[in-house]
Design a protein around this ligand. Structure first.
Ligand SMILES: [Zn+2]
Length: 442
């Protein structure tokens, strides 16, 4: 066997039930993992490039199952200490002034941040802005991404009605042009915004398009009591039950948040096979409630962790998300044995991949796509390291990621992102963001 790349001498944490290998290596050929095992079982002499991971962990890259990169990174830190609907209202003032170049630099800076934080796959919901700048940015920083075109036709999002209908009418050609491109790194999805911003006809049309075109759906659902109250007042049903009554839910849907679920909602999510992108940091910060995760997992609903956008989390960082999820759910059910370090790592890797419909990634196994990261544990804040998984969940930081490999390609080498000018990206983004704020909030 010959390899293009071998990552060796590290602690291999394969995930998906795989056994930890203390002195292990991963071999990569083309875009796939072709060997996982002890160091001496993989012939390093045959490799084009060898990365020494001594004192480090070799693990799958993180799968961020719900975010809004460009739009939300432009709004990071702009509005703090407010509830969801006031937050959406102010954000809209900036969103109305988005332009292609601003979104391009925001996308590129957001992709840079994710790559440097060990995120190799993400599921993007374009809530009210254009997808093309992100497609361009992903040519510079080729992460694995599913891009969901955002649709809405009422409330705050009413100005997106015309765009939404035009885009939905044209969706077959968008799929033809972009779906499964960049060597299958880039997928296209349908992203209706939420029950308070899309009417019944829009949900039915999205369901029809998803069935016809075979692309997945990525939406927001049951995020906070304001949404539940809106749905009860307007339709006499809770959000999950209303969408189910329209025939919308199914195994091709990823629903972000679900922070307000009753037992009937959970049964519907399980029966329909609807998947959940769980965003505990954002839900706590915006006062949207805490998803009943123990009940959801007991019902065997597919769940992945997600950061949501950088406006409501302030960091595209799944290390923070794992730690916070562990803390808030232990407190919520008053049981420290709930949500183990193994489970938290699964939610951020292999389970996250399934929740965002990218089963080809999220685990180190022969045949899986080669999306992996190297994490340095030889730091003051992680030592002495009795259990690498405990370090990764509760003490390691995003800056400890030293290497990121996506689809077999080394994108970050000892924290240097290859092929891009990081200083320029940050400077251009800073300038574009401040221009946008100055012309939007007078
Ligand atoms: Zn969101």
């Amino acid at each position: 066997m010959t390899y293009d790349l071998i990552v060796t001498n590290g602690v291999v944490i394969p995930m998906n039930g795989g056994t930890i290998i203390r002195n292990g290596a991963v071999g990569i050929s083309g875009n796939s993992i072709t060997a996982v095992g002890p160091v001496d079982s993989i012939d390093a002499a045959s490799a084009t490039r060898v990365i020494d991971a001594k004192g480090r962990v070799i693990m799958p890259g993180f799968c961020n199952s719900h975010t809004h990169i460009a739009s939300n990174v432009l709004l990071r830190g702009l509005l703090e200490d407010v509830r969801l609907f006031e937050w959406l209202d102010t954000m809209w003032k900036l969103k109305q002034n988005f332009d292609h170049e601003t979104l391009y630099w925001a996308s590129l800076c957001g992709d840079l941040e994710m790559l440097k934080s060990g995120i190799t796959s993400f599921n993007e919901h374009f809530d009210a802005y254009d997808v093309e700048p992100q497609i361009e940015a992903l040519r510079e920083i080729p992460l694995r991404a599913t891009l969901g075109y955002g649709f809405a036709d009422r409330g705050l999002y009413a100005p997106r009605t015309e765009y939404s209908h035009r885009t939905m009418a044209n969706f077959a050609s968008i799929v033809g042009e972009h779906h499964r491109t960049n060597g299958d790194l880039l997928h296209i999805a349908l992203s209706p915004h939420a029950v308070y911003s899309c009417g019944a006809e829009m949900w039915k049309e999205v369901r029809r398009l998803a069935d016809d075109l075979g692309v997945i759906v990525h939406t927001h659902l049951s995020e906070g009591m304001q949404e539940v109250d809106y749905c009860l007042e307007n339709y006499g049903l809770r959000p999950v039950q209303w969408l189910h009554s329209l025939g919308f839910l199914g195994p091709d849907v990823t629903a972000a948040h679900c922070s307000q679920l009753d037992d009937d909602d959970i049964a519907i999510m399980a029966d329909t096979g609807t998947k959940i992108a769980h965003c505990p940091v954002c839900n706590a910060k915006l006062g949207s409630g805490t998803m009943p995760l123990r009940k959801v997992l007991a019902a065997r609903v597919s769940v992945g962790l997600a950061t949501d956008g950088p406006a409501s989390h302030n960091a595209s960082d799944l290390f923070q998300e794992m730690k916070f999820a562990g803390l808030i759910h232990k407190a919520a059910v008053d049981d420290v044995e709930f949500l183990t370090i193994e489970q938290l790592l699964e939610l951020a890797t292999c389970q996250g991949a399934l929740a965002m419909h990218r089963p080809e990634t999220g685990r180190l196994e022969v045949g899986a796509r080669a999306d992996l990261i190297v994490v340095n544990l030889d730091t003051a804040h992680s030592q002495p390291v009795y259990d690498e998984r405990a370090a990764l969940v509760y003490s390691t930081r995003a800056d400890d990621v030293t290497h990121s490999i996506v689809d077999g390609r080394l994108l970050m080498d000892e924290r240097e992102v290859l092929g891009v000018d990081e200083d320029r990206i940050r400077a251009k983004f800073h300038e574009a963001a401040h221009d946008l704020k100055n012309r939007s909030l007078r």
